[in-house]
Design a protein around this ligand. Structure first.
Ligand SMILES: C[S@@+](CC[C@H](N)C(=O)[O-])C[C@H]1O[C@@H](n2cnc3c(N)ncnc32)[C@H](O)[C@@H]1O
Length: 368
């Protein structure tokens, strides 16, 4: 008789509402990293559009960008795909949906939409979590999701006083985050599999890490060190920093492809058409090497870090203090320290990154 031992599932809690959302009025001006990933993925556009021609010409093509953020980078992506479709299929009308969490700044998204109904393109906002079904079954022809699935919906209740990210540890606590991320990833895939029309495609760009990389991501580490200095100066309670966790998991290629048995099998009717793991250049670092302007480097790199992390820091670290201090001075103080650290020790906190681009396609034959 074989004995199967199962590790007890770690208790989890939902992340704070809004913790994953981008800094209002700031993200779009500080997202050159994310935009460079969008630009490079457009190399696959022609192939994607070619497959879209196979859908029935009698109904509009339905497109959705999941985790669209505050609109700027999503526009770059959607405009490029729209014009590629219009070149190939000039008569085809399009419905484009922008999805993000309800707490996202949808006013910013809406204010950047270009009315094009007369050219057969209508745009809509679709709030809701992408870990659940957002659109009707079999309705979506093409979905995109860039730089978003590393944000978890729930986090394990582990004690991790050492750091704001589980990337610092290589034990059960990291395993708990990995397992929870995979649960979320499976939910994401199942929801997209339901929504995609037969033959529909989903392009996901993932902020990832290599299996061999056991270092802490530079942007996370610099926030930790800056926050520690605020504890030392009495601006933040040590216990608040010890409790604070960024609800982010950067998956490896193995974790990403696990539902597909490493890419060999389909998952709920989805198959892997393209899987591309790259280590793209960091635009801030490239500019530093070119111009040797470390002050400019530190300012721009810090703008990027603040753009994605401020909501989490606000809700996870400063919420109690901010009620007493609505001027957000604490946030300004923290990010000024981040800027100084980036200027003083650029190599230590530099951004090196791995990106996985995954194109999935739903099988053309639906289960009866
Ligand atoms: C780093 S931004 C990426 C924005 C844009 N796609 C880009 O490439 O610049 C991540 C976005 O994912 C959104 N997000 C995180 N978790 C989400 C979820 N469960 N459902 C929908 N959107 C989510 C966040 O609100 C945020 O706007």
């Amino acid at each position: 008789m074989s004995i199967v031992t199962r590790r007890a599932r770690q208790r989890t809690a939902p992340i704070h509402a809004g913790a994953a959302t981008m800094k209002r009025g700031h993200y779009d001006d500080n997202s050159s990293v994310q935009r460079s990933d969008i630009a490079s993925s457009l190399a696959y556009q022609e192939q994607i559009v070619r497959d879209m021609k196979l859908h029935s010409a009698n109904t509009p093509l339905v497109l959705a960008d999941f985790g669209c953020g505050t609109g700027g980078s999503s526009n770059q992506l959607m405009r490029s795909i729209t014009s590629a479709i219009q070149q190939e299929m000039p008569e085809r009308s399009l419905m484009i949906f922008r999805n993000d969490l309800q707490e996202n700044d949808f006013n910013s998204v809406a204010s950047q939409l270009v009315p094009m109904a007369s050219q057969g393109v209508c745009e809509f906002l679709a709030p809701g979590t992408f870990y659940e079904q957002v659109f009707p079954a079999n309705s979506l022809h093409f979905g995109t999701c860039f730089a978003a699935v590393h944000w978890m919906q729930r986090v394990p209740q582990v004690c991790l006083p050492e750091h704001l990210t589980p990337e610092i540890v290589h034990d059960d606590r990291w395993e708990a985050f990995s397992a929870e991320w995979q649960r979320g990833w499976n939910s994401f895939l199942q929801a997209r599999s339901t929504e995609l029309a037969p033959g529909g495609q989903m392009l996901t760009s993932i902020i990832a890490r290599t299996t061999a990389d056991e270092t802490v991501h530079g942007p996370f580490d610099v926030v930790q060190v800056a926050a520690e200095s605020m504890v030392q100066d009495g601006h933040v309670k040590a216990a608040d920093l010890e409790r604070f966790l960024l609800p982010i998991h950067r998956p490896t290629l193995e974790e990403t492809l696990a539902p597909f048995a490493g890419g060999e099998q389909d998952y709920h009717g989805l198959t892997v058409k393209i899987c591309d793991e790259t280590e793209p250049e960091c635009p801030f670092w490239a500019a530093l090497e070119r111009d040797h302007n470390v002050a400019d480097y530190a300012t721009k790199y810090t703008g990027f870090i603040r753009g994605f992390s401020e909501s989490s820091v606000r809700s996870g670290l400063f919420e109690a203090q901010l009620t007493r201090n609505p001027s957000s001075q604490l946030l300004d103080c923290l990010y000024e320290r981040v800027r100084q650290l980036n200027e003083q020790q650029p190599e230590r906190f530099r951004l090196t990154r791995t990106r996985i681009l995954l194109l999935l396609q739903k099988s053309s034959v639906t289960a009866g």
